[in-house]
Design a protein around this ligand. Structure first.
Ligand SMILES: Cc1ncc(COP(=O)(O)O)c(C=O)c1O
Length: 453
């Protein structure tokens, strides 16, 4: 691969000690609570501006954004149409839950993208809020109260959904909402049941049936899944898994919720993540990419289900900020850009190219255990060796992260599996430039053998 032309940032995360970026970061550190997003903390960057897939720090250094606000920035930074739409709306009306023409247009356009019978949308501001609202809807429809999710899942951090978080993040944060159960996800590279696909016969789907039978009172309102598990490493389940999950939901009269927070709006190379497996979910939760960076989320379902009380009663499904005119104009502009610029197709094409390159890394590098993904949602497993599949030490990930940053690439390489989630607008050239930075950094790690420690 060719060497990138981009001018490298000299010191990880900024112009170095005493730089403007570093000074602003340090000043903010005096006031901001510890615990803010890992990538922002590790990079020590203060960002000044952005245009499409490039962000610029306060010292004028440029970075390719392979993160897009963790899948938020579908249309890249400061897309001119997006900026125009929001500016126009700012001068008209910005808050209240009354009907506005912009919201009507947004909902009408969004509804046109939904496979029937999904047709109704309620708007919120954050992902966890939307998932909690989806649970209220499922309870209203089924009159049942239990929910089942999966190991490795992430649906947000608020009280109502935290119990469905499928990793140790929730340690010491209980007790959780009662009536929640988790079953292993089809994470084939690290099969939780220690089996091998396809000879496993998708035993994890059978396990789900047992979880519903034995770990619930069989009053399951809904089973919730991510079509591709994002936070735990862009894990794509084998083609049989999600249809089997849908069958289990049907068997027990539970609704099926597809959490499309990351997979929705084209990121996986199709408009919706569930389309890859030809599922027919009863409810979608949407967010992140829908707002192009503006806090906007929603719950989508059928006309029949949304008429169920108490969800359907006045104020039963609403919130203070949900569907405010600014959010609606952000959503409308975002979807218009996604459609006009064929970003679903771009996610598919550029994603395939990237994945092909990263598949090549499996051959080239002893510590790349697996590259996988769909569209612009790619995961790379870093291992000490390919037989034991033991994860590389976290220190290696941090080295990769800072080495990429010095070369002008902002990436989620600080954790393992690495996640690649650039804006859907990323041009092929930038994507391949970023891939070659990663290749150069991986070559260093391979040369010094540090991944074995
Ligand atoms: C699949 C999924 N659902 C829900 C959420 C929660 O979204 P928020 O952080 O906006 O609450 C996330 C966030 O990463 C997510 O990836």
């Amino acid at each position: 691969m060719k060497k990138p032309k981009r001018g490298p940032a000299e010191v990880a995360g900024s112009g170095g000690k005493g730089s403007r970026s570093e000074r602003i970061f340090e000043e903010e550190q005096k006031y901001i609570s510890p615990g803010f997003q890992g990538i922002a903390l590790y990079s020590r960057l203060a960002l000044a501006s952005g245009r499409n897939e490039i962000v610029v720090d306060e010292d004028g250094k440029e970075y390719i954004d392979f993160v897009s606000g963790i899948g938020v920035g579908s249309t890249g930074h400061c897309h001119p149409s997006y900026v125009r739409a929001l500016k126009r709306q700012l001068g008209r009306i910005t808050y209240s839950s009354f009907t506005t023409e912009v919201r009507m247009k947004f909902l009408r356009l969004l509804a046109s993208l939904l496979p029937k019978p999904l047709s109704r949308i309620q708007l919120f501001s954050g992902g966890a809020e939307a998932v909690a609202a989806a649970f209220r809807l499922a309870k209203s429809v089924t009159k049942k109260s239990e929910f089942v999710g999966f190991w490795g899942a992430f649906h947000g951090k608020t009280g109502g959904v935290l119990g469905l978080l499928g990793d140790e993040f929730k340690k010491d944060l209980g007790p959780f909402m009662p009536g929640l159960a988790l079953s292993p996800f089809a994470y084939c590279y690290r099969c939780p049941l220690k089996l091998r696909y396809p000879s496993c016969g998708i035993a994890c789907a059978d396990h789900l049936r047992q979880v519903v039978r034995l770990q619930t009172q069989q009053q399951v309102a809904a089973i919730i899944f991510e079509p591709i598990q994002g936070t735990s490493g862009n894990i794509v389940p084998p083609k049989e898994f999600l249809p089997a999950v849908q069958s289990v939901a049907k068997e027990f009269g539970a609704l099926l919720i597809s959490d499309e927070m990351q997979t929705g709006f084209g990121r996986s190379g199709k408009m919706w993540g569930f389309e890859h497996d030809q599922l027919s979910p009863d409810i979608l939760t949407v967010g992140k990419g829908i707002g192009g960076g503006f806090p906007l989320s929603g719950v989508v379902s059928t006309d029949e289900y949304c008429r169920a009380a108490p969800y359907s009663l006045p104020s039963g499904s609403s919130s203070s900020y949900g569907g405010n005119p600014l959010a609606a104009s952000a959503g409308l502009a975002t979807i218009q850009i996604i459609l006009r610029e064929k970003l679903v197709e771009n996610a598919h094409t550029v994603g395939e190219l990237l994945l092909k390159t990263f598949k090549g890394f499996e051959e080239k590098f002893e510590f790349v255990g697996e590259s996988r993904g769909r569209g612009l949602m790619i995961g790379i497993e870093l291992v000490k060796d390919k037989v034991s599949r033991e994860r590389v030490d976290k220190k290696i990930c941090h080295r990769i992260f800072h080495a990429c940053l010095r070369r002008g690439l902002l990436s989620m390489t600080y954790s393992n599996p690495i996640r690649i989630i650039p804006p859907l607008t990323i041009p092929q050239k930038s994507a391949m430039q970023a891939a070659s930075i990663l290749e150069e950094v991986f070559s260093e790690i391979q040369r010094d053998g540090s991944y074995k420690q």
